[in-house]
Design a binder for this molecule. Structure first.
Ligand code: GLU
Length: 408
């Protein structure tokens, strides 16, 4: 796989070429490496009595705007360059969102499906024990990412409270609602993406009811499928790591969710055709939503994309080369650091509620989320028009200017 950190730095280089001011150039130099990059080893007692050592990470990229903020990824391919890239993107994402948070990210190289629940809990608590000195509600606030659930966040918050004595519950976000979590956090990334899509729909000449293709059926992809389907759009294809399903008449997402729960897979859903992930990315549709991993849209497949618009709910799904190809082909990409910011925005709301001992309703949360996404949409559009560049570069320039402003 292409190194995601090199991709992130290539994006940064491009932004500096577009905005040639010395200030942004100096800031970009500072953002070429994280402030801190920590690698840990986590010994875990397995159910068979053996001790297994796992490799874990926390990258604290930049905290100019506030405490480091960002999720923890559990995946067999997770490694330091991926975590660094994700932490860099979090820095920009928080700036674009306009929240008082910096950027960080964590991870463990592990296939969580291979662990029992007890092993997973011991591993998660071990991650916190190894890093407790550098975490806290005012230093660094982790959250869920790929394969990390509200339950895992609750174990981690509990472990942190035991070690530190901090009882604010604001040390981790994305917790279950009965353990200090915020209403709406679980669906917030997809929900925020939907508000973003609505904010841009007319500007991008998309029809009122769109045909939608979604790659990835984890937390973000499956909620996105439900949200777009409920709003009356036609979700014609979805996929997970094992492949996808397609029905040109539109998939019934409620039934599909039941089917996946029952069978554990998307395959064999009645009336649907089986397709590969590559075929799915090349389907003709109004809106393509990559919600899986980095580099899925790359120089090999970018000229095969037939979607009118791409909305990035994954982090880093489009490589810099693919970005160039899509820009030349006139296919707008609604960029990850804005499009999937709903997750971290509601994480910020959760942190704020925890510190104030408050509890907001889901209605309040989504109302605020919508306003924030709409506001940043306007600013990104303005920046990209000003420099006649892509929405991604508009978002980069907006973020860099906001960070620069704070560093003065
Ligand atoms: N992992 C999510 C992201 O990539 C959310 C991070 C957070 O809530 O802090 O944006």
């Amino acid at each position: 796989m292409q190194n995601p950190f090199q991709n992130a730095m290539a994006q940064l280089d491009k932004a500096v070429k577009i905005n040639k001011t010395k200030k942004l150039h100096d800031l970009a130099e500072r953002l070429r490496q994280p402030e801190r990059d920590i690698r840990i080893s986590i010994p875990v007692q397995m159910d068979n009595g053996a001790i297994k050592i796992f490799e874990g990470y926390r990258v604290q990229y930049n905290n100019a705007l506030g405490p480091y903020k960002g999720g923890i990824r559990y995946h067999p391919l997770t490694e330091i360059n991926e975590v660094k890239a994700l932490a860099f993107w979090m820095t920009l994402k928080c700036a674009v969102a306009g929240i008082p948070m910096g950027g960080g990210k964590g991870g463990i190289t592990v296939e969580p499906k291979d662990l029992s629940k007890g092993e997973l809990e011991r591993l998660s608590r071990g991650w916190v024990r190894a890093l407790s000195d550098v975490l806290s509600p005012h230093k660094d606030v982790p959250a869920p990412d790929v394969n990390t659930t509200p339950e895992i966040m609750a174990w981690m918050a509990d472990e942190y409270a035991k070690i530190s004595g901090d009882n604010t519950e604001a040390s981790f976000t994305g917790k279950p609602t009965d353990q200090g979590g915020s209403e709406g956090r679980n669906t917030s990334t997809a929900q925020g993406g939907f508000y973003g899509f609505e904010a841009f729909r007319k500007e991008l000449n998309l029809p009122e009811k769109c045909t939608v293709v979604i790659q990835g059926f984890g937390n973000v992809g499956s909620h996105a499928a439900s949200i777009w389907h409920k709003a009356g759009h036609k979700v014609i294809a979805v996929s997970d790591s094992r492949g996808g399903i397609y029905d040109e008449n539109g998939l019934n997402i409620e039934k599909l969710l039941e089917h996946k729960k029952k069978t554990g897979a998307l395959a064999n859903f009645p009336d649907s055709k089986k397709i590969t992930n590559q075929e799915l990315l090349a389907l003709k549709c109004d809106l393509l939503i990559p919600s899986a991993f980095e580099n899925e849209i790359n120089k090999e497949n970018a000229d095969k994309i037939k979607a009118k618009v791409i909305l990035e709910l994954a982090n880093g799904p489009t490589s810099p080369e693919a970005d160039e190809i899509l820009f030349k082909r006139g296919i707008p990409v609604l960029p990850d650091i804005w499009a999937n910011s709903g997750g971290v925005i509601v994480s910020y709301f959760e942190w704020d509620q925890n510190l104030k001992r408050g509890h907001w309703t889901e209605e309040e949360i989504f109302k605020k989320l919508k306003l924030m996404i709409e506001d940043s949409a306007k600013q990104i559009l303005e920046k990209s028009k000003e420099s006649n560049t892509s929405l991604r570069m508009g978002a980069f320039i907006l973020a860099l200017e906001r960070i620069q402003e704070k560093l003065k």
